[in-house]
Design a protein around this ligand. Structure first.
Ligand code: IPM
Ligand code: MG
Length: 360
């Protein structure tokens, strides 16, 4: 029995409605397993900019620091797209939050639930049984390197983004990925562009250097372009993929679609004292308030929160099983809808999963 403080940052667009469903499910976990969760809401993203003039207000950061874990919905929307970059929800809130909390590891598991094998745009025989974990470095690389614009004498400008990594930054994410692989099927694919980039060449040196410490993990190196191709050709060859920030951003979206919908992909950002959990998808402004969004990615992010931040493995498992059962029973949100299935809205999907946690 435990007492836990969770910061809840619903954000923008569909953020509030999907977050609400994850809270229902966590509350169901609380009653079933006898834990006490104290949820405290904070402002983030465009909602925070509107209310407090900044996408990541001081109070929100303080709330995060005082919590055991953070559950985030999504941020951003056309309303805030023209703000200066440091005030935009994505660059002004998400990136500083990752940096401030030291969340250098982003875990994005892409799984194909048996009931959804036909929902993928790829053939069922290609994706059936798929279970890939993308481990993305989250606080380095192009995202955080120096950026500049310089005027050119002849007119126009020169733009510069810098891709920097240090040995320790690479080592810590790669170690984490080796450890994840060890707990799964024992296979690690390190993805880089070592045929072109100096940062990738060092990435590869570091990975190869650490391999001796994990003799039980089968390691291979793959160029990022090849990996993009292999992910659609034969995605089941992968167990754990580890890669730098930008490559991971792209490959994790790609991997998520294998599972049928971006609405299924959870994520955990860890590495610091406090973990942050959010769906991998965005705020889908055009669906905001319509109760059409799929809350499962957020619910499964809640499951990751239970496991990685609160060490409640059994409870985490119970949430995943509840999702599986609800899908097996034929309930689908609009993004997953197929003939013969039962269409439900965001709230109903949340209720069904919460109820199944209780039944489980
Ligand atoms: C993600 C998103 C963010 C990223 C954006 C919104 C800054 O795409 O979490 O993958 O690129 O990291
Ligand atoms: Mg992304």
């Amino acid at each position: 029995m435990g007492k836990f403080k969770i910061a809840v940052l619903p954000g923008d667009g569909i953020g509030p409605e999907i977050t609400e469903q994850a809270l229902k499910v966590l509350k169901a976990v609380g009653s079933k397993f006898g834990h006490e969760f104290k949820f405290t809401e904070g402002l983030v993203g465009g909602a925070a900019y509107d209310a407090a003039g900044h996408p990541l207000p001081r109070e929100t950061l303080d709330l995060c620091h005082q919590s055991d874990a953070i559950l985030l919905g999504a941020v951003g929307g056309p309303k805030w797209d023209d703000l200066p970059v440091h005030l935009r929800p994505e660059a002004g809130a998400l990136l500083p939050l990752r940096k401030a909390l030291g969340l250098y590891a982003n875990l994005r598991p892409a799984r194909v639930f048996p009931a959804l094998v036909n929902a993928s745009t790829l053939k069922p025989e290609v994706v059936s049984g798929l279970d890939v974990l993308v481990v993305r470095e989250l606080t380095g690389g192009l995202y955080f390197g120096q950026k500049r614009r310089e005027p050119l004498p002849e007119g126009g400008i020169k733009v510069i983004d810098t891709l920097e990594y240090t040995t320790p930054e690479i080592e810590r994410i790669v170690r984490l990925a080796f450890q994840m692989a060890r707990k799964r099927r024992g296979k690690l694919t390190s993805v880089d562009k070592a045929n072109v980039l100096e940062s990738s060449r060092h990435w590869r040196e570091v990975v190869s250097g650490l391999a001796a410490e994990y003799p039980d993990v089968e390691l291979d190196h793959m160029y990022v372009d090849n990996c993009a191709m292999q992910l659609v050709k034969n995605p089941r060859q992968f167990d754990v993929i580890v890669t730098e920030n930008m490559f991971g951003d792209i490959l994790s979206d790609q991997a998520s679609m294998l599972s049928g919908s971006l609405g299924m992909l959870a994520s955990a950002s860890i590495g610091g004292k406090i973990g942050l959990y959010e769906p991998s998808h965005g705020s889908a402004p055009k669906y905001a308030g319509l109760k059409r969004a799929n809350p499962i990615a957020t619910v499964l992010s809640g499951a990751m929160l239970l496991k990685f931040s609160l060490s409640l493995d059994r409870e985490s498992e119970a949430v995943e099983q509840a999702v599986t059962r609800v899908l097996d029973l034929g309930y689908r949100t609009a993004d997953l809808m197929e003939e013969g299935m039962k269409l439900v809205n965001t709230d109903e999907m949340g209720d069904l999963i919460a109820q199944e946690v209780g039944n489980g």
